[in-house]
Design a protein around this ligand. Structure first.
Ligand SMILES: Nc1ncnc2c1ncn2[C@@H]1O[C@H](COP(=O)(O)OP(=O)(O)OP(=O)(O)O)[C@@H](O)[C@H]1O
Length: 698
């Protein structure tokens, strides 16, 4: 991707250089200049004359005009200016066209066009021999307003000038002129293109070169931003951004007012229009020298603004940048500080970015058993986190890293000091519990993360306290998206049926999942949220089943065995059809939470709503988030007021990779050197060495 991108930039730069520099005398070699000098002189004189005329008309004409503005007059005048600019630029361009002889990049299309142009020019030449050149170049003021977009008239004008003053030119040069005219007359181009060239060509003061945009980092402002204009006009011509299309951006009256105001004057709309006319054109050096300092300053500001806007526009047209496509860095960019945990799908380490010193969590995906390429769980996890990581309550992924072998793939995430399970364990050891305000704070954070995920059509499918992280500053983050999946529309039954049944850690698994449904959706996550809420309150998991039947049994004991009245769709569940479950009465949950005064009535109502057996009646994340319990006293505490403890994950031992490597040496350090050498020679593993003595296990 980066290669392709840089290649595109390169091409684009070349093109823009061609457009910009093709009119620059300094780009010509000395020889070229000498040979071209004489033939250019006439054209330059004419060009100067044109410019002088243009500027004197621009200023004196405006002064004499009636203060009542006439729109048509303005339009005509703008058209005339535009035509004059096109005309004068064509002439300047023509005088310098030899530069294109050096251009070696001629593709087939260009060659074709050249051939056609040559034929056309030959025809024109034969026609023009019988005519006077002056007749062909009618004064700009005599042309109709629409003619400035007429390819024929301008090409004709170029060709006729060509035929008289540049008889020695080759067909190649002429075709370049035609091409330039094409470019000027391109529907994507407008008079602003000329302004752009003028800014660069004629600027009497040096304008700083624009930095070429070659690459981006994750945090670049120009990175992910897609231009709002493009977003709002999906079918606009800007969707297919042409590398040659780099329009200059004209200033608006508002811009000009903004640029003028610092000099201490307020301007009406009309005055701003006048200023717009005046400052949208860069004066030539003669006019420049005669300008007062204030005027010069305004011109410079106007030029800078045009340049800035062109740059912004060019940047905004760049493709959207996704860091995941940039290519992965090597894990050596991070030093591994210690192990945090080892889970089902990978080990998690605490690491430090060696360049930025940022502390991150590095999850190493387990790949050993993968014979079919990169594990789908890892792909899903990266994908989901890239999608949802912008929410405050979802862990952010930083980047994906590779190690030395194909099986070493890491994901760098923001490092969060605790997981909720660890925090609960620590509090239990200290005989502490979450206060009601703290429970509410944790629940609001969990629910707003879940509401966000479900709004993105993401099912987490493995919510549990060890997958909820909590920072020192009390921000809860949902982590471990290894089981997460996007789900389709409710009507997309076909797709929903493909969802795997064995998801969610047993203790947090919903009754519909345990009874093998045909389809499932967001309520399965909300059941887990209910289990987690109960755990925040009791500091213990609610249903600790040993296996699936036992888990179902525990749930029914607590909430009562469902029937067709309490759960109308229950007959559709495979296990329910096959198994006759013992009938338990509902009420156990209430007895525990209300009887022991762990929750008030409103709080219990929320818990009961989340732990509803029938998934279709279970509370959604949004409904739970709007539950009155959160409005009651005590209100949820702020994140900073949640309890903090030293992070266990920072105190752990060094990572097993380093430990394993040094373990043998540590054991051999106390050994007789001869024996140690023998053990090393046999390449024994640390586990095979007995500390006091040693023996090889065969
Ligand atoms: N961003 C992080 N910052 C700090 N610790 C983290 C981070 N991500 C994960 N951990 C720790 O690593 C543990 C395991 O991570 P994770 O759950 O992502 O791995 P897993 O292999 O999918 O585990 P599981 O067996 O729970 O599914 C978490 O319980 C948590 O303690």
């Amino acid at each position: 991707m980066s290669d392709r991108y840089s290649r595109r930039r390169h091409d684009s730069d070349d093109e823009s250089k061609e457009t910009r520099f093709s009119v620059k005398p300094r780009n010509l070699r000395r020889d070229d200049r000498n040979c071209d000098e004489r033939s250019n002189r006439d054209v330059e004189r004419r060009d100067d004359r044109n410019r002088q005329e243009k500027f004197s008309r621009g200023y004196s004409g405006r002064d004499q005009r009636s203060p009542v503005r006439n729109d048509r007059h303005n339009r005509d005048r703008n058209d005339r200016h535009h035509k004059e600019e096109v005309h004068s630029l064509c002439e300047v361009y023509k005088s310098q066209s030899l530069i294109f002889q050096k251009d070696k990049r001629r593709d087939d299309t260009r060659r074709d066009r050249d051939r056609k142009n040559r034929q056309e020019i030959r025809r024109d030449r034969s026609r023009s021999r019988s005519r006077s050149p002056a007749k062909h170049r009618s004064p700009p003021s005599h042309r109709s307003p629409s003619s400035h977009r007429s390819r024929d008239s301008i090409q004709g004008s170029i060709r006729s000038t060509e035929s008289t003053s540049r008889k020695s030119q080759t067909p190649n040069e002429l075709s370049e002129i035609s091409r330039f005219a094409d470019r000027l007359l391109d529907s994507n181009q407008n008079s602003n293109t000329i302004l752009e060239i003028e800014d660069i060509e004629k600027s009497p003061t040096p304008l700083k070169d624009e930095d070429p945009i070659v690459s981006f980092t994750f945090d670049d402002t120009c990175g992910p931003a897609r231009p709002s204009r493009v977003a709002s006009e999906p079918n606009s011509e800007h969707d297919n951004v042409d590398v040659e299309y780099r329009p200059a951006t004209p200033l608006t009256p508002a811009d000009l007012r903004a640029s003028v105001t610092p000099l201490g004057s307020d301007h009406s709309d009309d005055e701003a229009e006048d200023l717009l006319d005046r400052y949208n054109t860069t004066p030539d050096s003669e006019t420049w020298n005669s300008l007062p300092e204030d005027e010069k300053k305004l011109h410079q500001e106007a030029m800078e603004q045009r340049k800035k806007r062109r740059h912004e526009e060019a940047v905004s047209k760049l493709p959207v940048y996704y860091p995941g496509l940039r290519g992965c860095q090597h894990i050596a960019e991070y030093s591994i500080l210690n192990t945090i945990a080892e889970g089902t799908y990978g080990e998690v380490f605490r690491g430090k970015n060696t360049r930025t010193d940022e502390i991150v969590a590095l999850k190493r995906f387990k790949m050993e058993k993968e014979h079919e390429g990169f594990p789908i769980t890892a792909l899903r996890e990266i994908n989901m986190l890239l999608k949802a990581g912008s929410h405050m309550n979802v862990v952010k992924v930083r980047e994906v890293l590779v190690g030395n072998t194909k099986t070493e793939v890491f994901m760098a995430m923001e490092y969060i000091e605790h997981d909720v399970k660890g925090l609960i364990d620590t509090m239990k050891r200290r005989n502490q519990r979450f206060k009601t305000g703290e429970q509410k704070s944790l629940m609001t954070q969990l629910l707003s993360g879940m509401e966000y995920l479900h709004s993105l059509w993401i099912l987490h499918r493995d919510l549990k306290t060890s997958n909820l992280l909590i920072s020192h500053s009390g921000v809860l983050k949902i982590a471990d998206f290894g089981m997460a999946r996007e789900f389709g529309e409710a009507s997309d039954v076909e797709n929903r049926m493909k969802l795997t049944q064995v998801v969610v850690t047993l203790w947090y698994r919903s009754p519909e999942l345990l009874l093998e449904p045909k389809t499932y959706s967001t309520p399965l996550d909300m059941w887990s949220v209910g289990c987690i809420m109960a755990e925040f309150i009791t500091m213990n998991p609610l249903f600790r089943g040993e296996d699936e039947p036992n888990q179902v049994e525990l749930i029914f004991q607590m909430l009562g065995t469902p029937n067709e009245i309490t759960w109308p769709d229950i007959n559709e569940l495979k296990i329910w059809q096959k198994v006759e479950f013992p009938k338990h009465k509902a009420g156990q949950l209430k007895r525990i939470f209300r009887g022991e005064k762990l929750l008030n009535e409103t709080g219990f109502n929320l818990l009961n709503g989340l732990l509803t057996l029938d998934p279709s009646q279970r509370l959604t994340a949004s409904e739970a988030l709007n539950h009155p319990w959160f409005e009651e006293h005590p209100k949820p505490v702020s994140c900073e007021d949640l309890p903090t403890f030293p992070a266990r994950s920072e105190l752990n031992a060094p990572p097993p990779i380093q430990k394993r490597k040094n373990k043998l040496e540590a054991l051999l350090a106390d050994e007789d050197p001869e024996r140690a050498a023998l053990l090393r020679a046999f390449n024994v593993k640390a586990e095979q060495v007995k500390p006091s003595d040693f023996q090889l296990r065969f």
